[in-house]
Design a protein around this ligand. Structure first.
Ligand code: NAP
Length: 312
């Protein structure tokens, strides 16, 4: 029976996020989920409404999308809508989630949590701001509060814990991390820290690691246990917490068949890489899109790169 499935992409006004929206629309007709004739509604979200509206306009006149006649306006089965979501703003996350609950009381199907930042430099402020977006948050960027003290930590983790329960059976949650968070290839973690990452059982175990890193940087003692790289540690935390939450999800709601995975998009030419990168944004979108709407053999809790699951 034909029905409508719903996807949400964060940080989708440019770069890999914008390409993910484009590729979701292009690849939907060949997705196993679309076999019954279902259509796909995609929320392109951004923290800035002007940039979001411009991105939506770009896609509505995208030659490849027009040629493929994938959008509803051309008689296709995908529809792209804009919604504001700033993952570093508690009020924005709450208002977005309430809006989604109202519009989709039966739930949503796919979330690709892609928004992220990579700042230059390395000091306490950079660490707090980077972890505050890519992992957990400091309400309204208040650098005086720790995430554990904050009642409502914002950011990628809050987006995950708020939207995961809204997934319908067979839903997918995809976090976009990075190979910089790959434990195996990062020699700067001490074996004690490495084994804490690998033996984590709850999100709090990973959050404690992120707090310990922040404290060690603040006190100038991090270098014996941690790399001097805020972005890498934030993405390592994101991979770790995704694995833990995926396991909890399977244990708590076994029959629901929700798959939770995390990936690296590859080294992609975007504003973040300042002109570096081997892949185009469309190529970078392939692994996240596959994890959302492709056949991944029922796997959950994996770290993926180049469309393959790899060891963390
Ligand atoms: P990008 O071009 O800088 O785009 C980042 C996107 O995230 C932008 O839309 C940005 O919005 C958004 N964003 C940042 N903070 C946000 C917030 N608080 N709330 C909502 N949106 C926010 O970077 P990209 O290369 O496409 O990166 C996308 C993801 O891939 C990131 O998670 C990144 O860490 C990951 N990644 C990228 C590479 C690479 O080679 N490019 C490699 C590994 C992983 P604004 O336009 O408003 O700033």
């Amino acid at each position: 029976m034909a029905s409508t499935r719903t996807a949400i992409v964060t940080g989708a006004n440019k770069g890999i996020g914008l390409a993910i929206v484009r590729q979701l629309a292009l690849q939907w007709p060949t997705s196993p989920f679309a076999a019954s004739g279902s259509s796909l509604e995609i929320y392109l979200t951004a923290r800035n409404a002007t940039r979001g509206a411009e991105a939506l306009q770009t896609l509505q006149s995208d030659p490849q999308l027009l040629d493929a006649k994938t959008l509803r306006a051309q008689g296709g089965r995908s529809e792209i809508k804009y919604a504001t979501l700033d993952i570093s703003d508690d009020a924005s996350i709450k208002s977005f989630v309430e809006d989604i609950k109202t519009k989709h009381p039966d739930g949503i199907d796919y979330v690709i949590s892609n928004a992220g930042i990579a700042l230059t430099g390395f000091d306490e402020k950079v660490v707090k701001e980077t972890l505050g977006c890519n992992y957990f948050g400091y309400v309204h960027h208040s650098l005086t509060r720790t995430a554990l003290q904050a009642n409502t930590p914002t950011s990628t983790l809050q987006v995950m814990t708020s939207l995961l329960p809204l997934l319908r059976p067979h839903g997918r949650f995809v976090n976009v991390a990075s190979m910089s968070g790959h434990l195996v290839s990062q020699p700067k973690y001490s074996s004690a820290i490495r084994s804490r990452f690998l033996s984590a059982k709850t999100p709090s175990d990973i959050t404690s690691l992120m707090n310990d890193f922040t404290s060690a940087v603040s006190s100038g003692t991090h270098s014996s246990d941690w790399p001097s790289a805020a972005y890498a540690v934030s993405k390592c935390g994101l991979i770790g917490v995704t694995k833990v939450i995926a396991k909890q999800q399977q244990e708590r709601e076994e029959g629901k068949d929700v798959l939770v995975n995390v990936c690296c998009p590859g080294y992609v030419k975007t504003d973040m890489t300042r002109g570096g990168g081997h892949k185009t944004p469309d190529e970078g979108a392939q692994t996240p899109v596959m994890l959302a709407i492709g056949d991944i053999g029922g796997r959950s809790g994996g770290f993926w790169q180049h469309e393959k699951e790899i060891e963390w």
